[in-house]
Write a protein that binds this ligand. Structure first.
Ligand SMILES: [Zn+2]
Length: 887
């Protein structure tokens, strides 16, 4: 760690702002051996302060890159890839030699040719490998409070354009350097504004200081409070979907995602910790090693500490540092100890400065550029081999095609097909009915040929199970036995068809059917059938097309009814429970035009009918048909709510369902009344000790007066504790031999005969169930209840953590969904044996009526990462049908 001792710093800085003490400042201080040309575009000249002495705001970072482009128009390109939720432009710079930039389009076409061995011959590929420049994509600042890497992006760009030494120019001669300076401008803006607001006369390195402690929500996340470093499989956020769009134009050979970690650590780079995703190839691992080793040499030269092979794994494909591996890139994460401000007092007595972080990220950046330049040809060759072997694996594999029938949830299937296309997968849609692998399919089914260059990406997104290595798992079991924490870093199950609860069939053959190529587009426009209908319009419930239609109809002020039971219409046929009814009598003659617009935008099919005659099930005027009102939905916001879950939930309701949510700070929930709210959501959070007894009483009264209280994840466990939900929390099932400790201080002696017994003896009595790092579990649904209207008999939920609630008894409420039996419960991922035995039949969704209102509790987060789409209809019923049932 290259940093100042406290004593030296205090002596030098009592009379100056600490950031301007004798620290690294300005471009030349970060790499003294460089030979920088005179320039008018140092950070000081453009922004007014030496590089490394201030945390640059997103707006100023844009200004700086614009200035670089203006000064070096022939060597710098700036391109946009989207806009953040708060309206900030997302962009990347490309820096290379004048010749390379002049032929940028040629480079792009060359990489696209090399990426498709089905269209490019071996000899053409050899020519491309010989001639194309290498390429690297450096992505900085996905976590807005990991502040030093975006500053290092400016230094890296400056260095490449100004260092006159032959070595640096040689790199640019054969390398395209892509720089995404700031993946999360909204999060960084939040951090920078708050940070400078909390600074006093001197910067403080004290970790207790306001400078070092961010209020809720911190700057890590984007506007909707997503950790975007988990979003690379579901692409829910524009910051990530835009970046993927750009990557797939150029297929950069190497991808680096630059982060920060705790301030007492050092620097981390590749190779990764275990477990590895088994779909990562040996060849990729070899390249990762080249890069790590070269970084190590630079760090040795500079005297920087570092570590590899620990903590940061490469199993979950939704990290920024993982996803590019599956198009054939060599992708990795770098992590620098964070000063989280200008100064940070480390436990070892050193003071870590902001500029230290900038410098080390900069050195790692140019070290990696060097490897790409020196290994240009080998990396291109490996990329070609990767894409070629992917096609071959698809041709030779047991599964030749995947088919999404798209009949039971057309909206989910459409979104899944589009998500694949957006990630570079070729998907086709059948234009006629067909039969393959003894199954009949309707026109509209989606078909994925596994013999394509994205083969491994398809596998990791679509396979039901991706296994961790046996010896790694054995090691984890061993650690657990020895009462040590496991080394699993993130979720172990993420199969998109399971998370969307959409059917996906695999087949060892390729169907012979007329198809059309699927284009991006998550919603296929809907339509109105029989728009001149005289009596009513009906929408089948059970997918998000219908869900979006409902919210937009309510926002339009239309009168909508919802049937809790399935019905069969004389002419229009069968409609599942939950289906929507809009009568002409309620809504007037202008209805068809409005419906046309809503159907197109939502994707719903709206069927006009000229009679209300029902042959089976309730009529439109039945008491089993509820009049829906546009509910006022509030969500608890601020401490102690989980920022992730609050953000994810607000996002799902606002941006996937299309309905506004009022975020209410917990202090207001404590102090103010709850009048006028129809639904109040308590996201995951530790409300204990924050919500007073008075708050709980107020919630109870509000529910009893007709409110719908919706608790998610840990908030449901809290609701049990607080007496709002009439069930119990479970401890671990007692293990044989784990006894309650004796009360006396002196007890009879006992013989311990083996290490096994010893480990059992020291286990705590009455422990909580073992912590699960995130698996996908099947749950069964009580389809006879209105809360599950339109929902399939089986859904898939994430299971994260260790909450286990007992089933609610029938006097107090109903269990609407519960984890499936032991044989079928695990859908994807990994569970410890003990909890796998304990969870079956424990509730996922509980309904508890109370007075005029009700408590609805999901024991896990249905909005987890906004990618558990298969739970959305249950959630919509809780948000829109429940208030109608409460009144
Ligand atoms: Zn990070």
């Amino acid at each position: 760690m290259r940093s100042l001792k406290i004593a030296a710093l205090v002596a030098a800085s009592w009379f100056v702002f600490p950031s301007q003490a004798q620290q690294l400042a300005g471009e030349s201080s970060l790499l003294p051996e460089a030979n920088y040309a005179d320039s008018e575009v140092t950070v000081e000249q453009v922004l007014g302060y030496p590089l490394g002495t201030k945390i640059t705001s997103p707006a100023d970072m844009s200004r700086y890159f614009e200035a670089l482009k203006a000064a070096y128009p022939k060597q710098v390109k700036l391109l946009e890839y989207g806009e953040s939720w708060e309206g900030r432009t997302l962009y990347y710079a490309i820096i290379s030699s004048e010749e390379n930039i002049a032929d940028f389009d040629g480079f792009m076409q060359g990489m696209q040719s090399l990426a498709d061995p089905r269209k490019t011959s071996r000899s053409e590929a050899e020519k491309l490998i010989n001639e194309l420049p290498g390429s690297i994509w450096l992505s900085y600042g996905v976590h807005g409070n990991e502040i030093s890497s975006p500053e290092a992006s400016m230094m890296t760009a400056y260095h490449l354009l100004h260092d006159q030494r032959e070595q640096t120019q040689r790199w640019l001669d054969n390398t395209m350097v892509f720089i995404d300076p700031l993946q999360n401008p909204d999060g960084r803006a939040r951090f920078v504004d708050r940070y400078y607001m909390s600074v006093g006369m001197e910067h403080s390195g004290d970790r207790r200081s306001a400078e070092h402690n961010e209020p809720w929500p911190n700057g890590r996340t984007n506007h909707y409070l997503f950790d975007m470093n988990r979003d690379w499989i579901a692409l829910t956020q524009p910051e990530i979907s835009g970046q993927i769009d750009a990557l797939l134009k150029y297929y950069p050979l190497v991808f680096v995602d630059l982060h920060e970690m705790g301030g007492d650590s050092t620097y981390y780079f590749t190779p990764e910790a275990r477990p590895y995703n088994p779909l990562i190839t040996e060849s990729q691992r070899e390249s990762l090693n080249w890069i790590g080793k070269n970084n190590g040499q630079w760090f040795d030269k500079k005297g920087f500490d570092y570590f590899t092979r620990e903590i940061f794994d490469a199993f979950y494909p939704g990290y920024g540092a993982s996803w590019p591996l599956y198009y054939g890139s060599v992708a990795m994460t770098y992590e620098m100890a964070s000063a989280r401000g200008h100064l940070f007092n480390r436990k070892d007595g050193d003071v870590l400065t902001y500029a230290d972080g900038v410098q080390q990220h900069f050195i790692a950046s140019i070290s990696t550029i060097q490897t790409v330049s020196e290994r240009r040809e080998a990396l291109l060759q490996k990329f070609w081999n990767y894409r070629k072997s992917a096609v071959e694996a698809g041709e030779d594999g047991d599964v030749r095609s995947l088919i999404l029938p798209a009949t039971d949830d057309p909206a989910g299937a459409r979104k899944l097909a589009s998500l694949l296309v957006e990630q570079g997968v070729e998907v086709k849609q059948a234009e006629q009915a067909f039969e393959v692998c003894d199954v009949d399919y309707q026109p509209g089914a989606y078909i994925v040929d596994m013999a394509q260059p994205s083969h491994r990406l398809i596998r990791t997104l679509m396979d039901e199970q991706v296994d961790m290595a046996d010896d790694f798992l054995k090691e984890q079991e061993q650690r657990r036995k020895n009462n040590l924490p496991d080394q699993i870093y993130d979720v172990t199950g993420w199969s998109l068809p399971l998370m969307f609860n959409v059917d996906s069939h695999s087949c060892d053959d390729l169907p012979d059917v007329r198809t059309a190529m699927v284009e991006e587009g998550r919603i296929a426009p809907g339509k109105v059938v029989n728009p001149d209908a005289e009596v009513a319009f009906l929408v089948s419930w059970g997918d998000m097309n219908a869900g979006r239609f409902l919210t937009s109809a309510l926002r339009e002020g239309l009168s909508v009814r919802q049937s809790e039971l399935a019905f069969t219409h004389e002419k229009a046929g069968q409609f599942p429970s939950g289906s929507l009814i809009l009568t002409v009598a309620d809504n007037g003659q202008a209805l068809p035009q409005t419906l046309q617009k809503l159907a197109e935008e939502s994707g719903a099919t709206v069927e006009g009918v000229d009679t209300s005659w029902i042959t089976e099930g309730p009529n439109f005027g039945s008491h089993n048909v509820s009049q829906l009102e546009a509910p006022n939905i509030g969500i608890a916001w601020d401490e102690p709510v989980s920022a992730y879950n609050a953000g994810h939930t607000r996002f799902v309701i606002e941006r996937q369902m299309g309905y506004p949510v009022t975020a209410i700070r917990t202090m207001q929930l404590i102090q103010d009344d709850l009048n006028g709210l129809d639904v109040l959501i308590l996201p995951e959070g530790g409300y204990d000790g924050v919500f007073t007894e008075g708050t709980v009483e107020k919630l109870k009264q509000w529910v009893s007066d007709g409110g719908v209280l919706l608790t998610l994840g840990g908030a449901s466990a809290w609701a049990v504790d607080a007496g709002l939900l009439n069930t119990k929390l479970e401890r671990k099932v007692p293990e044989e031999g784990v006894e309650k400790p004796a009360e006396e201080l002196k007890i009879d002696g006992k013989v311990i005969e083996s290490r096994e017994q010893f480990l059992t003896e020291i286990k705590p009595h009455g422990a909580d169930p073992d912590w699960v790092p995130g698996a996908l579990l099947n749950a069964q649904v009580d389809t006879d209840h209105w809360l599950s209207a339109g929902v399939k008999p089986q859904v898939v939920s994430i299971y994260n953590g260790n909450d286990v609630l007992t089933p609610i008894d029938i006097n107090h409420g109903r269990n609407i969904a519960w984890f499936a039996d032991a044989d079928t419960m695990l859908a994807s991922g990994f569970l410890w044996d003990d909890i796998a035995k304990q969870l079956p039949y424990k509730p996922l969704l509980i309904w508890q009526p109370s007075g005029k209102g009700m408590v609805i509790s999901f024991t896990q987060e249905p909005t987890y990462r906004a990618y558990m789409d298969g739970l959305n209809t249950l959630l919509m019923n809780a948000l829109f049908l429940a208030p109608a049932k409460a009144q």
